[in-house]
Design a protein around this ligand. Structure first.
Ligand SMILES: [Zn+2]
Length: 115
């Protein structure tokens, strides 16, 4: 279990994530925001505070909710339904407390630009 937050601290959460299964993506959103993501079933994301501060942003097929903090603009996680209908969350590893992203290995590069 890892704790995380946006930059200003309004949005806080905990998530059960495996830091050995990280991904980056080249889609129009991730390419711009530079998130390092880990995918988990939505039930493994536990919002603790600030859900009312999140602004939802959707684009394309609008199947994903790319939320960001309305105060500081940081994008701590996203969620949406997968092809099988199950709800998934994408946790931005850059928002986790105590994780040095310089030491992490990015195992997967999603070709989101061409999905
Ligand atoms: Zn914030």
């Amino acid at each position: 279990m890892h704790a995380g937050s946006c930059h200003c601290g309004a949005v806080r959460f905990e998530a059960e994530v495996d830091l050995t299964t990280l991904a980056v993506c080249n889609c129009s959103m991730c390419g711009r925001t530079g998130a390092i993501m880990v995918f988990v079933p939505r039930a493994q994301l536990h919002p603790l505070a600030g859900e009312d501060k999140l602004t939802d942003y959707q684009f394309g097929k609008k199947s994903l909710h790319h939320v960001f903090c309305s105060v500081c603009g940081v994008r701590p996680y996203a969620w949406g339904a997968g092809h099988d209908g199950a709800e998934w969350a994408m946790v931005n590893v850059r928002c986790l407390d105590g994780v040095d992203t310089n030491t992490l290995t990015i195992g997967k590069q999603y070709d989101g630009k061409n999905l």
